[in-house]
Design a protein around this ligand. Structure first.
Ligand code: AN7
Length: 368
């Protein structure tokens, strides 16, 4: 059957959109891969940049605010950007097993990409401090899980030692390929906006992502693909803010378990990103995080996990410093479905339970 011209155009523009083949294929010349690298991909990256007027309106001054919704990656977090690179390179090097310490998202991502690449994965997590969705993923993707009586920082010390002593590749963000993959988020933002934003607001745990974004922004700036560099605005939870306080925290605590990290491994890189971009690090309380989390859900239809909401909470906290007419991007690093317990405990919904299955009882509840 012949297509009309119009239908043909629609069909082929749709095709083009669906041609996204993951971030290694999209940004090959910018990444340390060769023709020999097996690309282990779940078609990660290419996530939406969404304008959020409810946040801009709370700031005023003619600002434009966007969120980079990286919770829409295949395993629901930005970790997939780094993991497609780390696992592809591990596979290229003939490695048979990978290991990571994790507050949850890294373990989910490592497990998924290792399975895709036919590699075994071990994950070490702090017992009782990993959100349910993330744990469910590691189980289903087939990782071997060791939940330790200790926090993330302890788990990281252990996996670093194990990867030195045994033939097993470490895929935490000390693995340089992780940051290489993650820098592509900055490329996508520049391509979407036609330039870099004035500010990038981002949550920090181990501070790998802020370091990766800074690398990406610099590379596109140096290649004349953007005309400016953003200020890197990093945010931590106040009970877990080693980079803000300038000291390690031995017992970090926050509702945002993803960033419950007291001794960030990428500290030096992150401090450099802050200094060279004229950026700033600040902390936000758990209640400020939850407020931003609720605004995004109720006023924007965007469900992110609490650690991600720290970027928006941080922006709202420092709104007096925002220059007139600036363009700001907040990174939403993980999907809200990762942490259903948090959602069920922290919302303003009207939720009637045990309602009789009859129109009259229902309309009564609805106030008709
Ligand atoms: C949703 O999964 O460290 O500053 O082990 O899951 O690059 O560490 C997760 C970190 C932000 C912080 N948002 O990123 C892990 C882990 C979410 C996260 C961060 C994490 P980095």
């Amino acid at each position: 059957m012949a297509f009309s011209k119009k239908l043909k155009q629609l069909f082929f523009s749709g095709q083009k959109k669906n041609n996204w083949n993951g971030l290694i294929n999209a940004y090959k010349p910018w990444l340390p891969v060769t023709n020999k690298t097996p690309i282990i991909s779940l078609n990660e990256g290419g996530t939406p940049l969404i304008e959020v007027n409810s946040i801009a309106n709370r700031i005023g001054k003619g600002v434009k605010v966007y969120v980079k919704y990286d919770g829409l990656n295949p395993t629901g977090s930005f970790k997939d950007r780094g993991m497609t690179m780390a696992i592809s390179k591990a596979k290229e090097d003939g490695c048979e097993a990978v290991i990571c310490a994790s507050t949850g998202n890294t373990s989910a991502s490592a497990a998924a990409y290792a399975s895709k690449g036919g590699i075994k994965s071990f994950v070490i997590i702090p017992d009782g401090y990993v959100a349910q969705g993330k744990l469910a993923q590691a189980l289903v993707y087939g990782a071997e899980i060791l939940a330790i009586k200790g926090n993330f920082d302890k788990a990281l010390d252990i996996v670093r030692e194990l990867s030195e002593k045994y033939p097993i590749t470490l895929v935490n963000s000390v693995n340089p390929y992780r940051l290489q993959g993650q820098k592509t988020a900055a490329f996508e933002i520049i391509e979407n906006l036609g330039n870099a934003p004035d500010w990038l607001c981002i949550p920090m745990g181990n501070a790998g992502n802020i370091s990766a974004y800074w690398m990406g922004f610099q590379e596109f700036f140096n290649a004349n693909k953007s005309k400016k560099l953003p200020r890197m605005m990093g945010f931590q939870a106040s009970g877990s803010a080693p980079l803000v306080e300038g000291r390690s925290i031995s017992n970090p605590e926050t509702i945002a378990t993803a960033i419950r990290i007291g001794n960030p491994v990428n500290k030096e890189k992150a401090l450099k990103a802050k200094e060279s971009s004229n950026g700033k690090f600040s902390s936000v309380t758990d209640s400020e995080i939850i407020e931003a989390y609720k605004i995004l859900g109720k006023e924007e239809g965007i469900f992110c996990e609490p650690a991600s909401a720290a970027s928006v909470a941080g922006l709202l906290k420092v709104k007096n410093d925002v220059p007139m007419n600036s363009t700001i991007v907040c990174v939403l690093t993980g999907n809200g479905l990762k942490d259903p317990d948090c959602a069920i405990k922290n919302n303003d919904a009207i939720f009637h339970t045990g309602v009789e299955a009859e129109i009259s009882s229902i309309t009564k509840k609805m106030g008709f």
